[in-house]
Design a protein around this ligand. Structure first.
Ligand code: FAD
Length: 279
């Protein structure tokens, strides 16, 4: 690692659990000690090399099994493209991980990638859901299609993690302004509370979290807040102290750089944090 990368890594440690599985499990344990479940993600996407696909698959099996052996309250979150681009083979791998999760009483979350993959990711999810109800999928409030997707998933008993969306997308597919995205998030949140159960509210946005708390007062459903490691730490503590369930998403692995840069560009104060560590 170059000196610059080492300095960036110091800041990146804020948002990632480390570079290897042992570090991730330690972070998961620390997360449990704070009262939160850990959602462990092995970083990477768009993998085509068969040996790397196999490596990703084995890594997820290890996370599930070692977490269970050590009695860590954790589950995995994966991206289908970590298992290549052949839908059938992605389905088979996710089915095996779902089965392992079922045996170990762990959930499996499927992250949503860019809009080019939305349809395929949902097809994969629907196939896996036929046999495994411990699996959920992320929907992005910035996507214009998400309301229809949400209604469909809820009608067939799907589990949803609602987030705003993190990719740069073609203008015709997404809502553009922050206000429109937040309004759509509110709308989808209400649908989740009115028609869903066992879902995840994945945002750090105080206003939306307050809306979820209000909806929870009048709709007695199972849900949890999910947030990313290193972001809104005090808010997580407040939610836990008020009795809400919170899970912390812990990404780890060699691909830490791109993930960390996504977090940096998301929020201006992080650019400062990074600049201060390098200068
Ligand atoms: C558990 C979880 C899973 C996710 N899964 C996916 C997925 O599968 N697909 C996908 O496209 N996206 C995913 N995301 C990312 C999500 O779409 C957003 O890009 C990200 O969460 C920022 O949106 P926000 O809801 O926090 O709202 P924002 O409006 O971005 O932020 C609200 C407030 O949170 C704080 N905040 C947010 N981000 C940062 C940051 N980087 N540093 C410091 N403070 C910050 C700030 O106080 C900000 O004002 C996930 C997010 C979470 C929490």
């Amino acid at each position: 690692m170059s000196i610059k990368q080492a300095l960036v890594y110091k800041v990146a440690k804020h948002w990632i659990a480390g570079k290897d599985l042992e570090e991730a499990l330690k972070a998961a344990q620390a997360t449990n000690e704070k009262g939160m479940r850990a959602i462990i993600n092995y970083l990477g996407e768009d993998v085509s090399d068969p040996s790397l696909i196999e490596q990703n698959y084995i890594e997820y099996l290890k996370i599930q099994n070692i977490a269970s052996e050590r009695r860590i309250n954790a589950c995995i979150a994966l991206k289908p493209t970590q298992f290549g681009s052949d839908a059938q083979s992605e389905i088979e791998k996710i089915q095996t991980l779902a089965q392992e999760g079922m045996k170990l009483k762990q959930d499996v979350w499927i992250d949503m990638e860019s809009s080019a993959l939305t349809e395929k990711t949902l097809e994969i999810y629907l196939e896996v859901l036929k046999s495994y109800q411990n699996v959920g999928v992320a929907l992005q409030a910035y996507m214009k299609r998400s309301e229809q997707d949400l209604l469909h998933l809820l009608a067939i008993g799907g589990r949803v993690r609602l987030c705003k969306g993190a990719y740069r997308e073609p203008a015709n597919l997404v809502l553009r302004s922050r206000a429109e995205i937040n309004d759509n998030y509110s709308k989808l949140l209400r649908i989740l509370f009115e028609r869903g159960n066992d879902f995840a509210v994945a945002t750090h946005d105080s206003k939306l979290i307050d809306e979820a708390k209000k909806l929870a007062d009048s709709h007695h459903v199972n849900f949890e807040f999910e947030m990313l490691k290193g972001i809104r730490i005090e808010l997580k503590e407040e939610l836990l102290a008020s009795g809400y369930r919170v899970s912390d998403y812990l990404p780890y692995g060699n691909q830490w750089y791109n993930y960390s840069m996504r977090r940096v560009t998301e929020h201006p104060s992080n650019i400062w944090l990074l600049a201060r560590s390098i200068l």
